[in-house]
Design a protein. Structure first.
Lengths: 74, 74, 74, 74, 74, 74
């Protein structure tokens, strides 16, 4: 796989949040590498509130990591 | 997306808790960007106790991050 | 909402645990603000072992935060 | 409720693990205070592997807190 | 219960990972002490991918604790 | 089991992420050691969005550990 993660540093907390989203998606992407299949799964999943909450949980976990890496942008 | 997160600092723990809620919702919002669809999902979800507990779990995870960023408002 | 969280400091670990419970409930309360609906959900939920375990998980997550904020009451 | 948690310090990691179990159960106990109901739920729950794994997850989360409080018994 | 956890220190990360597995299983064992029942549950559980992922999640949580206790074997 | 984890150090965050994936899979592998059974479970699991999110959650948890072990590659 090409380089997609060279640093956890971001300029702002918002960019850090967006990096957390990328990390959450990459966790899915490594497990299901077919973009075609992932696209087919999206409609169902994006209309299920519990699925959305679970996705938000993964983002929250990665955001902890990214925030710590950036010393909370203090 | 417009700037919505410029700092993790808050004046009080309660504002920190409310920021954690914002972060939890943003995690959903990035995954399902249609406000219209999100609104339709809310009634079902907000009456399902396990869905509410899962949402509370995401908030708890973000509150850890926000609290650490604020050195626990000590 | 009125002030309900002005500090994470507690005198004892037990009070810290009880604060963690409050935080877990507030996470639900912000998502479902109707006390009436929350009350209706309680009987079903409080007799479902997995629901109880999930609630205990949220409490555990908040207790990590409160315990750290109190330097573990050392 | 009577005092049940006056310190997070334990002599050994194993006692710390057992304290984590107590904390996990207390999280359930505060949510469903009826011991009678909790007892009725146990047989079903204790034979469901996912329920057991979820309980183990709560214990793991509390053990993180207790271990940190004891500086990992180093 | 006999002594089974006297230290969180391990010589290698791999032994630390294996200790995390032990901790995850002990969390189940304290909740369902009958080895006989646990054995009966295993076949079903070990063929359910979500059950396996949940077990892996508990291990991951304990591995955080064990790794911190060992200062990440640096 | 042969040595598969001798260090948590990685050269880049991306390698750290890939190590987190390995750790998540090993957690499954220790619980279901039959590669044959694990392979049979994969097709179903890799097309279920919630299963993929749960897998991503385990990876996120391990990535916290690996990132801390590497001092966030700062």
């Amino acid at each position: 796989m090409a380089d997609w993660l060279t640093s956890l540093k971001t300029k702002t907390p918002q960019e850090g949040f967006e990096l957390a989203i990328t990390l959450a998606r990459k966790g899915v992407g490594y497990t299901q590498p077919s973009e075609n299949i992932r696209k087919k799964l999206r409609p169902k999943y994006a209309r299920n509130p519990d699925s959305l909450t679970m996705a938000s949980q993964v983002i929250a976990t990665h955001f902890q990591t990214v925030a710590a890496a950036n010393n909370y942008w203090r």
